[in-house]
Design a protein around this ligand. Structure first.
Ligand SMILES: [Cu+2]
Length: 502
């Protein structure tokens, strides 16, 4: 998949080549696989950069011996582009949309927006949900057991790390398999709730409005965690949900995520960072159940909310050209760990048998991918610096990135909200979704220190006295109005004006 088609000879030399826009497309899956066997990585930015001189030696005419098949040898224009890229200092660049977007492959499963289901389709969905909810609490294909993978009682879910999106993609697929196991519902797919619109009326009636837990989900957990029986899932009124989502930046973070060129890493930046922030704030916006990791997945809205997040991930993958394992790897941030995609056991998605790399090519399609606004050429300044060869500008309209850095979440008993205050008034907030006993979760412990990012306009901040506050809504009564920052690892604040390409 190259912007100029598949033939190197069709290419023109590029004046200011970058890895994301040009160079990564020069390496075909077979080239990457072939060289990986010899310990040479051609599939990531780091690998190509580290091996650039040797790649150049093996690909430039007249003595080229790579790629092995002669018809795929690099043209003079391509070699010139590659050498210019080396001379310019290996610029990473910005992913341009891959054109034309790949046509839907007529996959077996098409997921639709919930309000567009026909009455007949919607009735079948309700039938499948009702059947799962009526199954025995021990039935591995029943609602109680399936929802129990997420936290109580199994504590399997992966959040705030690279496998977050793969794990939830597979979770949806297996839940959908269970829905399709209900006789007559073999073609059912999970619809998505496009949460840029209010929670649809359709999801406010049985069996989608709530779930009554048939047993205490934490009784069999290790260690046990009781207190959720009897228990019925709870949500805020729809208008409140809409307001909460707006106030906590769910749509703003979603838009920012879709504009990223790189996958990133949770605490740094890139697609995943902002998509997880949107996810977390979304959970806290919807209701006391969705905000509580112990039981979040028992609320039926969980499935429609996560289905939309999966659609957004696929939208981003399609936009930057990362829908196959090869192209996906090329969007990893420099120096980013890739074991989670390439090496057992780091790629495991327990309790599922598939691994993270096997989820990159989506097994489902969506009736609509989220359109991405044309890239504004904002240099995201992801790593705190940009190449000095860039021409850049600070505009009066340039956004300010504010990072609350180094929050020790292991001391915080449950999901929390970080607010930014100007002259004492909250101007922005972000949610963080976690168990109320994060020390019991290996992933939480491994990623115990976290950052939250706000994208603000200058006029929201300039000439104001700014401060930060942490609230733990589920423990507001014991803790009072704010959680002491000193007990949350004494986080620091970084603020920077984002630069734009001039
Ligand atoms: Cu979630």
């Amino acid at each position: 998949m190259t912007p100029n088609g598949n033939s190197p000879n069709a290419e023109q030399a590029v004046e200011s080549p970058t890895y994301l826009a040009d160079i990564r497309f020069y390496f075909r899956p077979q080239d990457i696989e072939h060289m990986a066997a010899k310990g040479i990585d051609l599939g990531t930015y780091d690998g190509v950069k580290d091996n650039a001189i040797s790649i150049d030696a093996h690909t430039s005419p007249p003595d080229a011996d790579m790629p092995p098949d002669e018809e795929a040898r690099w043209s003079a224009a391509r070699v010139q582009t590659f050498e210019k890229w080396i001379a310019d200092g290996f610029p990473l660049g910005t992913a341009k949309p891959v054109e034309p977007p790949p046509p839907p492959q007529a996959p077996a499963r098409l997921r639709k927006e919930v309000t567009t289901l026909s009455d007949a389709e919607f009735e079948l969905l309700a039938k499948a949900f009702n059947a799962l909810m009526a199954r025995d609490p021990d039935d591995p294909n029943g609602y109680f057991v399936l929802a129990g993978h997420h936290w109580l009682p199994k504590r399997f879910c992966l959040h705030h790390e690279d496998r977050f999106n793969p794990w939830h993609r597979q979770y949806l697929l297996e839940f959908e398999d269970a829905l399709r196991s209900v006789p007559g519902c073999e073609d059912v797919t999970i619809p998505y709730w496009d949460f840029s619109t209010p929670l649809p009326e359709r999801l406010q009636h049985p069996p989608f409005d709530k779930y009554v837990l048939p047993a205490d989900p934490g009784a069999a957990a290790v260690p046990p965690k009781t207190g959720f029986f009897p228990y019925t899932t709870q949500r805020y009124p729809v208008a409140e949900i809409t307001q909460n989502m707006a106030d906590s930046g769910v749509l703003a973070d979603t838009a920012t995520s879709l504009n990223q060129s790189l996958w990133g890493a949770y605490n740094k930046g890139g697609y995943q960072k902002f998509s997880i922030q949107a996810h977390d704030s979304g959970h806290l916006s919807i209701g006391p159940t969705m905000a509580d990791q112990n039981v979040a997945s028992y609320d039926p809205v969980f499935w429609f909310f996560h289905c939309n997040l999966d659609r957004l991930w696929l939208s981003w993958q399609t936009h930057v050209g990362a829908t196959t394992l090869t192209t996906f790897l090329s969007t990893l941030a420099p120096t980013q760990n890739k074991k989670w995609l390439t090496q057992s056991p780091f790629n495991a998605l327990k309790p599922f048998s598939v691994t993270a790399d096997q989820t990159i090519e989506s097994k489902v399609s969506y009736d609509r991918l989220e359109p991405v606004a044309p890239p504004e050429d904002v240099l995201e300044n992801l790593f705190g610096s940009i190449a000095a060869t860039s021409r850049f500008a600070f505009r009066s309209a340039s956004p300010v990135s504010v990072r609350v850095k180094g929050i020790d979440r292991l001391n915080i008993p449950g999901s929390f909200v970080v607010s930014l205050l100007a002259d004492g008034e909250p101007i922005a907030k972000r949610g963080f979704f976690q168990p109320d006993d994060p020390r019991l979760c290996a992933t939480c412990v491994e990623h115990g220190i976290v950052n939250l990012d706000f994208r603000m306009t200058q006029d929201q901040l300039v000439d104001k006295t700014l401060s930060v506050r942490i609230d733990v809504p589920s423990h507001a009564e014991e803790i009072g109005t704010a959680f002491p920052l000193s007990q949350a690892g004494d986080p620091t604040v970084n603020a920077r004006l984002l630069v734009e390409e001039a």
